[in-house]
Write a protein that binds this ligand. Structure first.
Ligand SMILES: [Zn+2]
Length: 119
């Protein structure tokens, strides 16, 4: 069950006032570039400028297209590595595995036939 039928949603959307997209002034744009290149996440930059995250991301994209140098996209949420115990495919001993492709234990990587092949 959906909370609201599609017809009601469509009606509500069509009746919504057309709000003009807030434009970016030159000082705002300069501030955006400075904040973005200064290392803030999209969420932080958005909060500082009083804009939405989507507005910031959209503006950054447009600025890049226009040839501005903006640093790479940083992840707003740091990547979570979930360490689980897996059995080493070589020696069969359980070991803390950091990702699904991590199937050889540290001991085998360091001393076994895999030495020098991985990290
Ligand atoms: Zn092993």
């Amino acid at each position: 069950m959906t909370p609201s039928p599609p017809a009601a949603t469509a009606r509500r959307v069509s009746r919504a006032p057309l709000t003009p997209t807030p434009s970016w002034s030159v000082p705002e744009t300069e501030r955006l570039i400075a904040l973005w290149n200064g290392g803030g996440t999209a969420a932080q930059v958005a909060a500082t400028l009083g804009k939405s995250v989507r507005a910031v991301e959209s503006k950054v994209r447009k600025l890049r297209v226009a040839g501005h140098r903006l640093s790479g996209r940083r992840q707003a949420v740091p990547r979570i590595t979930r360490v689980v115990t897996r059995r080493c495919l070589h020696c069969g001993h359980p070991f803390p595995s950091e990702h699904i492709g991590n199937r050889i234990c540290r001991d085998c990587l360091d001393d076994g036939p895999f030495r020098g092949l991985v990290g």
